[in-house]
Write a new protein. Structure first.
Lengths: 118, 113
C-alpha cells in the first residue's frame, strides 16, 4: 500500500514568493497532521485535521501560513509570502484515529518537503 | 520549551553493542511513542507504550516507562550498522484542550561496523 505522499520533495524559492506543499494521506485515515522540522526548534506541530476539518491550528506560526483539506485524500500547506526563516522540512502525517479528542496513536509520516527560501 | 528531552543528544557505538536512549518529559501523558528517522527521510513509528504500562518489547527494542519519574528509555540490543539514525520520543499530552503528539529533540545514533 502507498504511504503518505508529499510533493514537492524539494523546493527552492525566493523571499516573497508563494509556496504550496501538498499531501496525500493514507486512504482510510481520519486524521492528518502538518509538522515542521528545523535544527533549532526540532519537530513542531503546525495544524491537524479530523475528517477534513481543522481541529487545532495553534501551532501555525503566523497568518502567512494556511492549511486546507478539501477532501479526505488531499491537503495543502501554503506560505504566502515566504521568508528565509520558513526554510525547513515540512512533514505531513496521517493516523487512523481521531486526533485531539482521543489518545494519539501511531502516526504515519511522509518523506517530507524540504523548503529553502532565499 | 519542549515536552520531551532525549539524552544523550548523540551516541556512537560499535556493532553488536547495546544502545540506550532516554527521554524525560514534564507533564502527564496518555502514551509515549518512539520514532526513528533515517537521514533525509520521514519518521517511522517504532513502539507505543501507554501510561499504565511499564515495559514493552518489539524485536530488538525494549521500552520502559516510569511515570513517577516522568521518563522513558529505549534499548536497542545487538545493534547493527543499519540502526544508524535519529531516534525521537513523542509524548501524547493534553494541551489547549486537545490531545497532541509532541516530539523531543532526538538522539543521533551512529553504529560503526
Amino acid at each position: 500500500d502507498a504511504g503518505v505522499i508529499q510533493s514537492p520533495r524539494h523546493e527552492v524559492t525566493e523571499m516573497g514568493q508563494e509556496v504550496t506543499l501538498r499531501c496525500k494521506p493514507i486512504s482510510g485515515h481520519n486524521s492528518l497532521f502538518w509538522y515542521r522540522q528545523t535544527m533549532m526548534r526540532g519537530l513542531e506541530l503546525l495544524i491537524y485535521f479530523n475528517n477534513n476539518v481543522p481541529i487545532d491550528d495553534s501551532g501555525m506560526p503566523e497568518d502567512r501560513f494556511s492549511a486546507k483539506m478539501p477532501n479526505a485524500s488531499f491537503s495543502t500547506l501554503k506560505i504566502q509570502p515566504s521568508e528565509p526563516r520558513d526554510s525547513a522540512v515540512y512533514f505531513c502525517a496521517s493516523s487512523p484515529g481521531l486526533a485531539g479528542v482521543m489518545n494519539t496513536g501511531e502516526l504515519f509520516f511522509g518523506e517530507g518537503s524540504r523548503l529553502t527560501v532565499l | 520549551s519542549q515536552q520531551g528531552e532525549e539524552d544523550p543528544q548523540a551516541l556512537s557505538i560499535q556493532e553488536g553493542e547495546n544502545a540506550t536512549m532516554n527521554c524525560s518529559y514534564k507533564t502527564s501523558i496518555n502514551n509515549l511513542q518512539w520514532y526513528r528517522q533515517n537521514s533525509g527521510r520521514g519518521l517511522v513509528h517504532l513502539i507505543l507504550i501507554r501510561s499504565n504500562e511499564r515495559e514493552k518489547h518489539s524485536g530488538r527494542l525494549r521500552v520502559t516507562l516510569d511515570t513517577s519519574k516522568k521518563s522513558s528509555s529505549l534499548l536497542i540490543t545487538a545493534s547493527r550498522a543499519a540502526d544508524t539514525a535519529s531516534y525521537f520520543c513523542a509524548t501524547d499530552v493534553l494541551s489547549g484542550g486537545y490531545n497532541k503528539l509532541i516530539f523531543g529533540a532526538g538522539t543521533r545514533l551512529a553504529v560503526h561496523p
